[in-house]
Design a protein around this ligand. Structure first.
Ligand SMILES: Nc1nc2c(ncn2[C@@H]2O[C@H](COP(=O)(O)OP(=O)(O)OP(=O)(O)O)[C@@H](O)[C@H]2O)c(=O)[nH]1
Ligand SMILES: [Mg+2]
Length: 347
């Protein structure tokens, strides 16, 4: 689960990365590491807090998301050239597009919507080149008497048509998520979140003439959030209260990152550990068992499931059971967000 941070030069990418991976929840000590470009960030979850109070486990484990800050392009090219940046971004599951909406260092006024489109176009063009190259290859193979396999050719052709209109592939969700196209790692097919990076005084994101389709846009105050992130949890709380901020923008981003990755969490509970397990939405119980341990998958008998809300409403597992809310599910059961699962298995 990795999210790549993209944006034009000086949009505030490094600032946002620092804010996301600041004191709260990020692994390791970052303050002394300027070269750090990838960090695992904790996805705080009220449900886990609740379960942890209920079970008093030795250990409480939240889900994590990785954020990647690609190398700075600079002017010298080399290791940080644009191609290298996009290649790193290709390895990500989703994108966080940072758009500048503060006055630049040289007094340049912000043009967030244009900036956004510029990078969108770059991604679309990048993908178009990939699609065209593949089509050429397929044509060449055909001439040599080699028939293209399965649906790949028609899918790539469909991508090309979308991209030629200047439209990102994510606008066609079926196409964007086609398993046969996975290997192409198309940039514009990746789910995305737009972060408009405002000045400290400016709370609201700008009105856009044409809001991008199917992408959530959020206004953050990058510099301010970076400062909050460097505070201790205690200080940060006071700060947020003083400013009447219910949820820091970056907590919002972390929560939504989880959503755009199409991840849900199921929970395991017990005296040793209360833990969130992030899985793709739609995962069957058997596979979910495998994410906990391969032995549990192999010896799977049944999943004993209770929904978090049912457990919470009834106050304890036993009460929920008495109310008939604890179900026994089989291998093919589609795990839901917030399911609390005990796997029954043979070793
Ligand atoms: N006023 C204001 N300035 C900001 C904000 N976020 C970043 N800056 C400033 O804008 C400049 C660029 O920020 P960076 O975070 O380095 O931007 P970047 O996208 O990483 O830049 P490059 O890596 O050079 O492409 C720095 O001088 C920041 O201090 C903000 O929210 N408000
Ligand atoms: Mg930077």
């Amino acid at each position: 689960m990795k999210i790549g941070i993209i944006g034009l030069p000086q949009a505030g990418k490094s600032t946002i990365f620092a804010a996301l991976t600041g004191a709260r929840g990020a692994e390791g000590d970052h303050s002394s590491r300027k070269d750090l470009r990838i960090a695992a960030v904790t996805v705080f979850d009220d449900r886990i807090d609740f379960l942890s109070r209920m079970y008093q486990p030795k250990k409480t484990t939240y889900a994590k998301i990785e954020y990647l800050l690609p190398p700075e392009t600079g002017s010298a090219g080399g290791a940080g050239s644009e191609g290298a940046v996009w290649n790193q971004i290709r390895t990500c599951d989703a994108l966080l597009h940072v758009v500048r909406n503060f006055e630049g260092t040289l007094g340049t006024l912000p043009t967030p919507e244009q900036d956004f489109r510029r990078l969108e176009e770059e991604m679309v063009l990048n993908d178009l080149v990939v699609a065209e190259k593949r089509m050429e290859r397929i044509e060449l193979d055909k001439k040599r008497g080699k028939q293209p396999e399965g649906e790949e050719a028609s899918l790539v052709q469909a991508c090309r048509q979308v991209l030629e209109q200047g439209t990102p592939l994510r606008s066609d969700p079926g196409l964007a998520s086609a398993p046969l196209l996975k290997g192409f790692t198309f940039l514009s097919a990746k789910p995305m979140l737009i972060l408009v990076n405002n000045d400290d005084e400016d709370e609201t994101p700008p009105e856009w003439d044409q809001s991008p389709e199917g992408v959530d846009l959020f206004g953050v105050r990058g510099s301010l959030e970076k400062e909050i992130a460097s505070l201790s949890a205690e200080e940060a709380k006071e700060f947020l209260e003083a400013y009447h901020i219910e949820e820091s923008a970056l907590d919002w981003v972390i929560r939504h990152s989880f959503r755009i990755l199409n991840r849900i969490s199921f929970f395991t509970v017990g005296p040793d550990e209360v833990r969130a397990w992030p899985i793709a939405a739609g995962t069957p119980a058997l596979e979910a068992a495998g994410s906990v341990h391969s032995d549990i998958q192999q010896g799977f008998i049944r999943a004993e499931v209770v929904a978090f809300d049912d457990l919470k409403a009834h106050g304890s597992f036993n009460e929920a059971k008495k109310a008939g809310l604890v179900r026994l599910e089989g291998k093919g059961y589609e795990v839901k967000d917030g399911d609390i699962i005990t796997f029954r298995f043979n070793v």
